[in-house]
Design a protein around this ligand. Sequence first.
Ligand code: ADP
Length: 363
Amino acid sequence: GKGLAVFTSGGDSQGMNAAVRAVVRMGIYLGCKVFFIREGYQGMVDGGDNIVEANWSSVSCIIHRGGTVIGSARCMEFREREGRKRAAKNLVTRGISNLCVIGGDGSLTGANLFKEEWADLLKELVKDGEITLEQSEKYKHLHIVGLVGSIDNDFCGTDMTIGTDTALHRIIESIDAIASTAYSHQRTFIMEVMGRHCGYLALVAAMCSEADYVFIPEWPPEQDWPNKLCKKLIQERLTGQRLNIIIVAEGALDRNGDPITAEKVRQVVVEKLQQDTRITVLGHVQRGGNPSAFDRVLGCRMGAEAVMALVEATPETEACVVTLDGNQAVRLPLMECVRRTKAVAQAMADKNWDLAVQLRGKG
Ligand code: ADP
């Protein structure tokens, strides 16, 4: 059977374990020899017992766990050609030429580069006497499928990334908890949630919690936002509301590109309205805890589809990413999605927010 390896890379997210489990089991079911690579690209470069064969039961009892049980890491060596050459040797000597990478756009970019260089890397390894000519012939095509694990929902080409739904659950639980105490004391609460380039978590959390105001990177407010904010807060209190909730995405900006931080918002509310105002920064709580049913199912479906894509791959098959499109698992060209994701970040850096939203919405 085909040699296939699965690894998780970059930031962790809930539901990655469900995806790992599905890749292993679907792979075994379809007759592949499946390996784990521990600690992302670092394990691939280091080899040794970072790359181990998986069996049916080695993925039992992980579907309900947050994070990734096979570890994730950032790896400088894989950014260098020499590191990727070592990784190639570690794969070929184990008979692996199919990879399922679960990570964000950085991890997927690295995977694509690896695929492009693969033939040359193998040639050099033969010349160096690290692998045989026979091995280089047998494994001359590297097949890559990506799955997007990220709590931010910041990747173009998918309706939801693996981990977003669970992060939303964590956020909403926290807002509900805070709302009850805010209600009792007639306080204003400012909640900072994750999302450096993407306000999805903040926006959806705001809708689900009847928040009074939300600041997201894609929709920077006009310079007079402090007045508008205060007007809205007063209006709500006048109608009898006993608390105010304001959600701030960590990447929120104003039209000048200056950050709108939770602290800045607090100062405005305290100075202008003298309201009792508290800040909660949720931080890594959002990445924590058990994955939701949605993320477990999403991980399972994406993982199974990834293996099908690898099994069906021909020498001409481009690297693809398995995504969710209207509740269908679809395969899209990996680099096109990565390029668009990067273009969104660039458009935001250029303060071209309309373009950013347009680019993200497409597909
Ligand atoms: P994410 O996958 O969550 O976006 P990173 O951007 O940190 O996270 O990428 C994770 C790892 O992927 C990096 O530590 C590095 O090993 C690898 N990687 C990222 N970008 C590249 C690249 N352009 N070339 C080679 N490897 C890369």
